[in-house]
Write a protein that binds this ligand. Structure first.
Ligand SMILES: Nc1ncnc2c1ncn2[C@@H]1O[C@H](COP(=O)(O)OP(=O)(O)O)[C@@H](O)[C@H]1O
Ligand SMILES: [Mg+2]
Length: 415
């Protein structure tokens, strides 16, 4: 089979690595890919949806898989379908569950999905009037896609008013902030559950935990993700039963009632409080960096699972009992200004872990940095402690100027 994977992050490296293990996969193309995907297949430079459709037709692509949110929200899946190219991912309508936080909050409210109390605003004056009556902290969210920068937890009224002004009047996130969601602040721990959809049913992977803050012990700015661990060390069977009943089941009912059914991935971003699980958001795709820890634990062929989903068949996901820890190594300065073009050394010395490049490209004989999150190192072990020890032993062998990573990924109290 000839497969096209859209995206260029660590997630797409992991998807390609997993697919490549299936002997039926003959050729992988990545748009635009990175240093790992260049080894797994061929990186291509087509980028717009029409260019990718043309490419898929002329290269006789048997299956396309879409990683990032932007092309999904722009309707890439609908265009591929129209051209009779098999594609795994949410259509435009379903992708708006991620592309519009206003739409998704209304969906959650309408279908009784357990979520933080919230109101949607299109008018600045009304948002200000509302926020003056709230308790703090309060969470202000830009409705549209803002690359992970559109959510601010406001400690007091002053910060909330300034944030609403930034989003709605100054438009720091462009049109993404014209509409906002103001919601109740929830305290707890977060978990990510990613599920495959065959258009009728959802098939969840084991729960994962990601680390969003740039610094150790969750200090500092938000990032695209500094690491991940699977299964989530905190999310237990009781939490899962709560999630299934109060979030997953009503979500499936809502998807059916609204005709939003799709064959692709759905990601539940959860906050687990003393009152149980709340849904913070949907992402309509594989998570990054969660995918980098889930796929190495998955015992099925990813191609089989995707094909079964596309044919509307049930799938029986199997995960190993091991633990997976992913440490993300970043460019100095990330998530603010970064310098790129630094040579990455030592990845060939990594023996007992996987290296998935993200913001890294080949340049002649070398691999150089080309983005904020440069590479993901993933180690497996029988315990969290052994997986974590291995990950940190191996990542010591890797270096580039000003590169850094968190030191506390996968730290839990087991042996
Ligand atoms: N209601 C809330 N209470 C507490 N923290 C929240 C709440 N909503 C979001 N957050 C925090 O903000 C982060 C980003 O919010 P999310 O809704 O996932 O948007 P996005 O991922 O699109 O930026 C969450 O991972 C969580 O840490
Ligand atoms: Mg999120």
């Amino acid at each position: 089979m000839r497969i096209l994977i859209v995206g260029n992050g660590g997630r797409e490296s992991a998807i390609g690595w997993k697919l490549k293990q299936d002997p039926r996969v003959k050729k992988l193309y990545f748009a635009k890919g990175n240093a790992t995907t260049e080894e797994l297949g061929e990186n291509i430079y087509e980028e717009s949806i029409p260019e990718l459709v043309e490419f898929a037709k002329s290269e006789e692509i048997d299956l396309a898989i879409v990683g990032p949110e932007a092309p999904l929200v722009d309707g890439i899946v609908d265009e591929f379908r129209k051209n009779n190219i098999a594609v795994f991912g949410a259509g435009k309508k379903a992708a708006s569950l991620e592309g519009s936080k206003a739409f998704s909050k209304r969906f959650m409210q309408q279908y009784g999905i357990k979520t933080a109390k919230a109101e949607v605003f299109d008018a600045y004056a009304m948002a200000i009037e509302y926020v003056r009556q709230q308790q703090f902290p309060v969470v202000v969210k830009a409705s549209g896609l803002a690359g992970g920068k559109g959510v601010v937890i406001c400690e007091d009224l002053e910060e909330a008013e300034a944030t609403i002004h930034d989003f709605m009047i100054r438009r720091v996130h462009g049109v993404a902030g014209i509409q906002i969601v103001i919601e109740e602040y929830l305290q707890g721990f977060e978990a990510s559950i990613i599920a495959f959809s065959n258009g009728e049913q959802l098939f969840p992977c084991v729960p994962a935990k990601d680390y969003k803050k740039v610094g150790d012990n969750d200090r500092g700015l938000n990032t695209g993700g500094m690491g991940a661990v699977a299964p989530s060390p905190e999310f237990n069977g009781m939490h899962y039963a709560d999630f299934e009943r109060n979030i997953m089941k009503p979500t499936l009912e809502g998807l059916k009632a609204e005709g939003l059914n799709f064959k692709g991935m759905i990601f539940f971003g959860l906050m687990v409080t003393r009152d149980g699980c709340y849904l913070l958001e949907y992402n309509m795709r594989f998570g990054d960096p969660e995918t980098q820890v889930l796929l190495p634990l998955m015992e099925n062929s990813l191609l089989d699972v995707i094909e079964d989903c596309l044919e509307g068949k049930p799938v029986d996901l199997k995960f190993s009992d091991k633990k997976a820890v992913c440490v993300v190594m970043c460019s100095g300065g990330y998530p603010r200004n970064i310098e790129i073009g630094c040579e990455i050394r030592g990845t060939e010395k990594v023996e007992d872990a996987l290296v998935f490049f993200a913001g890294a490209q080949k340049s002649g004989k070398h691999i150089v940095t080309s983005g904020g999150r440069v590479l993901n190192l993933v180690a497996l072990g029988d315990t969290y402690a052994s997986a974590r020890a291995k990950a940190y032993d191996e990542i010591k062998k890797v270096s580039f100027d000003y590169g850094f990573y968190r030191h506390d990924i996968g730290k839990v109290n087991d042996k």
